[in-house]
Design a protein around this ligand. Structure first.
Ligand code: EPU
Length: 451
């Protein structure tokens, strides 16, 4: 969709109101929205970008070694921008050209991740492990809760304490110090297989004295990818991708040149986009093995999914069969695909149970989907979806990254126009989603407020 539809004159009344808000508040985000006209069938090829949740810990891990790092296939996202801002704050020189990020690592001029950056992105906590591992000290603003739940970091801290660090909480910051300056290898068992916690502990242990083991470790592909990068930097890490990781500490690491794996959640989101629109889409550059759980549930629902060369072809023929999912740590069904799968189940005939076990508050898309005509009832940790629903376009509000993605998916097959507000959530984790969808035939445009 282009041309006059995008023009300020065609803005819906609410957007005009938001424009006034913008004038009052001076913020750009207040007025950005996606405008979608549903009902188009998606067809064609889409290239999947690098994985956000691999890029963030890998960029932070560059703090472990001085010299010229080159990271390729880095997605252009707001969370990556925040991470780059954080690295610069810590004294690193960072240059970005398209999907290539060059970090000239040098001794940090600060070991503090300030509230200003952590509040924008809780993954800022990923500098904790590298800073403590390298400098024996870090001060990181506590992230606090977020839209999807409380999300404490107690396991990150307990693991560092097991390696000899002292932890103090002061003025909203966690201050971690290692008497003597160098962590000692230790055996630590995570109470929960935390993804960023495992990543922080691997980075910290990489430069510790002696051997560490992390039991009940997260097995996500992004953890394995970080271990791959650390090993290229000279670390000695074994077992990443299993639930027990062994790290033999080394004296020093060196810079690395690395291309980041594809984003399995972006891929899963486009798979659902193809399915809900009854489309035929080839996803390029994906690692199919990372998508097994999602593909298995989508196939159970009746979506045709085939590997094709280094890609995956998804052919949708709604209506689908009702299909239950339970979110679990990898290799189970990812919590980051729960909201999107729920939209797929709106196109299934019958009742599906979608159970969220990772985060306590991750059904915020449900009231918005119901406003579009979905029939979803939440009971405890389970959302019961009764379909098939004919969704209708509506003005809806994005609340967090994946919830926002689900609203975009709903808008693609809803009758009429959907306007999604607060799309800055989507920009945190999806690279140019509106361009990629439009190239497949969707009628979607970003409506930016102009004063
Ligand atoms: N938890 C604790 N204590 C801890 C750490 C975690 O109780 O010390 C709990 C959390 O509250 C949550 C569960 O353990 O209930 C799992 O949280 P985890 O630590 O694994 O999540 P995370 O590392 O903060 C990463 C991703 C999330 C993704 C989750 C689960 C990154 C930067 N973020 O978060 O991604 O949902 O793992 O797979 O890797 C997203 O991309 O939209 C996103 C939220």
């Amino acid at each position: 969709m282009s041309g006059p539809r995008n023009g300020p004159n065609r803005l819906q009344p609410y957007l005009r109101n938001r424009l006034c808000d913008r004038v009052r508040t001076g913020t750009r985000h207040a007025v950005d929205g996606f405008h979608i006209v549903g009902g188009e069938t998606l067809r064609g090829t889409v290239r999947i970008s690098g994985a956000k949740n691999a890029a963030l810990p890998i960029l932070c891990a560059s703090l472990l070694a001085d010299g010229e790092h080159v990271f390729r296939n880095v997605p252009q996202l707001r969370d990556v921008d925040t991470t780059i801002a954080l690295l610069r704050h810590l004294g690193q020189q960072v240059a970005r050209e398209g999907s290539v990020v060059r970090v000239r690592g040098q001794p940090a001029r600060s070991v503090e991740a300030p509230y200003e950056l952590v509040k924008q992105m809780r993954a800022s906590v990923l500098v904790l492990g590298p800073l403590v591992g390298r400098y024996g000290e870090a001060r990181v603003s506590l992230p606090g809760g977020c839209a999807i739940g409380a999300r404490p970091i107690d396991q990150h801290l307990a693991g560092l304490q097991a390696m000899g660090a002292e932890v103090r909480l002061e003025h909203g910051y966690v201050h971690v110090r290692v008497p003597g300056g160098r962590l000692r290898g230790a055996d630590f068992r995570c109470q929960i297989p935390t993804v960023t916690g495992t990543e922080n502990l691997m980075c910290a242990a990489a430069l510790a004295a002696g051997r560490s083991t992390i039991a009940n470790a997260a097995r996500e592909p992004e953890v394995e990818e970080l271990a791959r990068v650390l090993n290229k930097m000279g670390a000695r890490i074994e077992g990443a991708g299993t639930d027990t990781i062994t790290v033999h500490g080394v004296e020093a690491l060196h810079p690395v040149d690395h291309a980041i794996i594809a984003d399995r959640i972006e891929a899963g989101t486009f798979m659902v986009a193809a399915a809900v629109t009854g489309g035929d889409v080839l996803l390029e550059g994906v690692t199919f093995d990372h998508l097994e759980a999602v593909a298995e549930r989508m196939r159970a629902a009746g979506v045709a999914i085939e590997r094709e060369g280094s890609g995956v072809r998804v052919v949708g023929r709604p209506p689908y069969r009702p299909t239950d999912v339970v979110t679990e740590p990898y290799p189970g069904f990812p919590t980051d695909m729960q909201a999107q799968f729920m939209v797929l189940m709106c196109r299934a005939r019958g009742r599906s149970a979608i159970t969220e076990t990772i985060f306590e508050n991750r059904f915020m898309h449900v009231p918005e989907l119901c406003r579009m005509g979905a029939c979803i009832e939440i009971r405890g940790k389970t959302a019961w979806v009764s379909g098939e629903s004919r969704l209708q376009g509506a003005e809806v509000m994005a609340t967090d990254l994946r919830a926002s993605a689900s609203l975009v998916l709903a808008g693609l097959f809803a009758e009429g126009e959907t306007v999604i507000r607060r799309v800055y959530h989507i920009d945190r984790g999806y690279e140019r989603i509106e361009h990629k969808l439009a190239a497949l035939g969707a009628r979607i445009a970003r409506v930016e407020g102009r004063a």
